[in-house]
Write a protein that binds this ligand. Sequence first.
Ligand code: FAD
Length: 566
Amino acid sequence: MKKKILIVGGVAGGASAAARLRRNSEQDEIIMFEKGPHVSFSNCSLPYHLSGVIEEADDLVLMSPELFLSQYNIVARVNNEVISIDPDNKSVVVKNVLTGETYNETYDKLILSPGARPIVPKIPGIETVKVFTVRNVVDIDKLNKMVKKIDKKDIAVIGGGFIGVEVAENLREAGYNVSLIEGTDQILRPFDYDMVQILHKEIYDKGINLIVGDKVEKFEENKVVLSSGKKIDANVVVMAIGVAPETGLAKEAGLEIGQTGAIKVDKNYKTNDYDIYAIGDSIEVYNPLTRSMNKLSLAGPALKQARAVADNINKKSTINKGYIGSSAIKVFDYNGASTGLNESLIKVLDMKINYGIVRVILSDKVGIMPTSAPLHFKMLYEIPTGKILGAQAIGKGDVTKRIDLIAATIKFGGTLEDLKDLELCYAPPFSTAKDVVNYAGYVGSNLLNGDYQQVNVDKVRELVENNAYIIDVREKYEYENGHIKGSHNIPLSELRQRVNEVPKEQPVYLHCRTGQRSYNAVLALQNLGFKNLYNVTGSFLGLSFYEYFNDKTTNRESIVTEYNFN
Ligand code: FAD
């Protein structure tokens, strides 16, 4: 039987649902309402217009209402806002935002995909600055035109989430003086504090005034005033402190809102009304790792939900295993990706979970290839099962390949043993014969077996301050180019001859450049009867990245004589 299906929101979730509905049925009537002037634009590409990577704002728009009609027989009404829903009579009231006219439209099924709006709190003095947010093509076009127009080029971006960081990067690439202000002690929460220091360094090195751990107190004319009292010049302010699900319509229609404040749906994305579905940023989703409901503003999940809803409406069954949150970002010359749990999330949620950490730095390609670069990789696994819980990767090369593999492994309930066994593509320009994820499986298995002990780079400062015995097993010339203050240099190549220099009566911490040579040193010493040995994961390279940004932006003394970032 022919159905009439209405969709609220014409971008990621809405447009995908419409297209899948049409593929499922040629006879259904499909009408999509979008309150803005564009449907189906690339939200995720918006920041790249600021640097000119995407030259024209129009290029951000992927489909037009005309194409929706001619190619798919879908009616896409732009500048049409759905202002209320009447579930009893199965109808909506729509307002043409250009003319102010309103009209009714009835439905058999209604899909809500209204997204999430940027949060703009009423900070004192906000009316004295030029404030922008980035949600759609109109926003980015306005921001781009404004920054081009102003004489002074000081821009403050408030909020170090994905949108804030991408906007700051692209404005900096365009040549502006950019301050990126984040209230907590780190940007980009999907990364743990130890990992994100690599990105803090990159942002700092590229000339952005990155301020962490300082909140916006108020605005004054062309200035942002922080809790610390610092005043930051800002001719333009971009607010990117987060988004809130669009739930107004749903609430007024009596649809249930979940504990997170987003729309509550069942496994088929159906609300508490039999004929109304909701998807995308406006809903809460189940996370099988945290076993809780979460808001997740990501395009991939929105598109999957759109397809599932279109299939459910057409009586095709779908499986919903929940969402573990996989994301990626480019930060100047670095790429970062993450999936699943990280340490800070485990702490914030107070999860009672026994986990181990793999922290390795490996070449992303065969070392002699010209573009080979270190890949910083951190993975969490459950003790004692070895089940993979989450991972983060940062480097100049392909981080998404590694994190996608881990995301797939988590979804299939995989363990460290499974990672060891993964058969992956290899040729020197792409990876190494044993890939980073294989190594992560080996290292995790060794740790789970209790083969050796480790400490992370974030504990080294404390070790140095407490005069711990640290051995640097790099060659002499490497040590002379920069080392941990107070450390002892016994190169791996001399270790067996100088073994009597290694103390037996106290803990000994060994490191090299990335942790591989020191791992060999630890095993050699253990086989010679030494105990109480710790490999410093990430070693000198990891430590340099970990310490650098805080050394530069606070007045503390460095614990290394020179950094090494290569
Ligand atoms: P949207 O795509 O936002 O669509 C909702 C639409 O509904 C809006 O256009 C809105 O105008 C319309 N609407 C709302 N209410 C009504 C109404 N009452 N009547 C009519 N229309 C209405 N995700 C990633 O996974 N990776 C990324 O790299 C990434 N980068 C991003 C960068 C930026 C700058 C932004 C803003 C988002 C980014 N996202 C990214 C998030 C991703 O875009 C969203 O998760 C996704 O678009 C959500 O889809 P949605 O359909 O729920 O909402």
